[in-house]
Design a protein around this ligand. Sequence first.
Ligand code: FAD
Ligand code: 2HG
Ligand code: ZN
Length: 479
Amino acid sequence: GSSSASQIERKPLFSSLDSKDVSSFKEILGDKNVVEDEERLETANTDWMKKYKGSSKLMLLPKNTEEVSQILQYCDSRRLAVVPQGGNTGLVGGSVPVFDEVIINVGLMNKVLAFDEVSGVLVCEAGCILENLATFLDTKGFIMPLDLGAKGSCHIGGNVSTNAGGLRLIRYGSLHGTVLEAVTANGNVLDMLGTLRKDNTGYDLKHLFIGSEGSLGIVTKVSILTQPKLSSVNLAFIACKDYLSCQKILVEAKKNLGEILSAFEFLDNNSMDLVLNHLDGVRNPVSSTENFYILIETTGSDETNDREKLEAFLLKSLEKGLVSDGVIAQDINQASSFWRIREGITEALQKAGAVYKYDLSLPVEEIYNIVNDLRRRLGELANVMGYGHLGDGNLHLNISAADYNDKLIGLIEPYVYEWTSKHRGSISAEHGLGVMKANEIFYSKSPETVAIMASIKKLLDPKGILNPYKVLPHSLFSH
Ligand code: FAD
Ligand code: 2HG
Ligand code: ZN
């Protein structure tokens, strides 16, 4: 597995689970929601990439906030470490135990609690699967403000806990607009589900929980502003020959499609090749093979106008020589086949072998320089892929190789982190730090900032039971 995760030692101050603990949990949750079954534990101990693996002997499945509160109180009193888990699709090893932490999965908390058709505010439990929420909203004429390739498995609580970005962030912004209810380590329930548009009474604590990756509390409910489903959605798939053209197209798209632009994604030809080779039924929508591909989605309410606008944009870009080929999806099926290419890269990488993942925020003009630099550095040793949310300045730098080996990791790290830091980027744009990057936080945050984070952690989780070994550097929590 990952080099940093394998260097961690189990903290002796945490208790080991005993039979009395198991009985106590059964009293709180009932027998069937205290899982000791080996097969189910094997799945829950292993992350989506099959790269991180824990050895927990117990998974707890609470049904409501009160049960979450009771089990956390119990774990805190016994100093039993826990790992909050949602759909287990996280990509930084944050959702699985490092050692024997008790897994708390809120998957049974999957009810929609309220939906206001005037305001568009949806209130639901944290274990709702993103796609199920999208399906529910569709019947009401609304959409979720976020969408990502893992929608079929990820939970809204997991999305909030990782502050997931995804394909619509460029249009609807980040989840920091979302409000929530969370339970802290000692079992305190913090109700931050308020629906007021304005409330400046002191510090806005909900933001601490958004993106805190289960290190400060367990998110139990979410109240999220959804968006009206607009009648005209169009998707263009574009090929262009160099990265400079991609940048220029982004600038032009913001200028000319600004009010209807809803996604701006890119992939390089190595990513395209990988998808074509590893996923069934995928083909390149444009006839020519080029170095880069871009997906531009528009969402608006004027069907004729919006489509003409995108067509005119494409034509103009062709004339200017920014684009070498391009197509606009003719129907919803063709649109999903275009999305399949972009959203399928992660799955294709998984099938291709070992993968080293980096999720970087960089100035747009720098984004492809790191891909080229790394390609030169690794030569024949690996296949380097660049793709991501170009409209947000977010590169997914992925290195695919036959296996995980120390030589390769030594060439990639700290090189990638130093490169990013030097260009004032972030070493985690949207996936979080998890266990993979907990010790690397200083590449993106100052010691003063990290010290305050550690104080906040101490305040909300004095015994350090919530998702230990994740997010913050281990050196700060040696006792
Ligand atoms: P998990 O993986 O179970 O957990 C993730 C973290 O959140 C862990 O640290 C866990 O402890 C914590 N957590 C989970 N639930 C709770 C809770 N209720 N309370 C407190 N803490 C909790 N991410 C993006 O940002 N954008 C993308 O476009 C994107 N696409 C993806 C595509 C694929 C195919 C895959 C596999 C992953 C993708 N991801 C993406 C990664 C992303 O982080 C997750 O998909 C998603 O947000 C995690 O939700 P989850 O329910 O699976 O959480
Ligand atoms: C995406 O945008 C996801 O497709 C996953 O964030 C990125 O696999 C990755 O590195
Ligand atoms: Zn992404």
